[in-house]
Design a protein around this ligand. Sequence first.
Ligand code: AMP
Length: 181
Amino acid sequence: MPETTSTDSLLAASLIRDVPDFPKPGILFKDITPVLASAAAMHQIIDRFIAFATPKAPTIIVGIESRGFVFGMPLALEMSLPFIPVRKLGKLPAATIREEYALEYGTNTVEMHQDAIHPGDRVIIVDDLLATGGTAAAAKRLVQRLGGEVVGFTFLIELGFLHGRLALPNDDILALLSYDD
Ligand code: AMP
């Protein structure tokens, strides 16, 4: 059973769908599309993200492709902040900076437009799920290379058994649902 970080129940907890062996054998995929289909669940998530982010006085919301977009953009809009996408290699049209990170087999590369963030910006990074933390750590390096400060991370889901927090030492992390097996 998932544990919530708060005593009042999160509507998303009962909506997340476990899909075994997707996208490859042995992976239990956390399908968040039923959460996206519930406006009430989404409002609750974004409200929790706002409560976490507001005291940190962010100036930018960064979302990680692609499910970080569907949580990051409504957060940015509600906070009246700019939204900046981190995308997979080759998707962003203008000049970019890149960060590579290790996967179980091989590597992955993420990019950000090089004019997206400026020194002094305070950044919240958003994704749907924290697994090993490699993607989030790469997004953090992109922000830092452009002079931004990462003031927090928000996730709907954390797979605790993959210890993604170890890749983000000293960072302030909100994960609304944690699965420990
Ligand atoms: P990681 O870099 O290992 O923390 O992986 C995080 C990224 O992979 C996120 O963008 C997630 O959307 C995706 N991801 C990893 N594992 C799963 C999973 N079991 N179910 C759904 N998405 C996952």
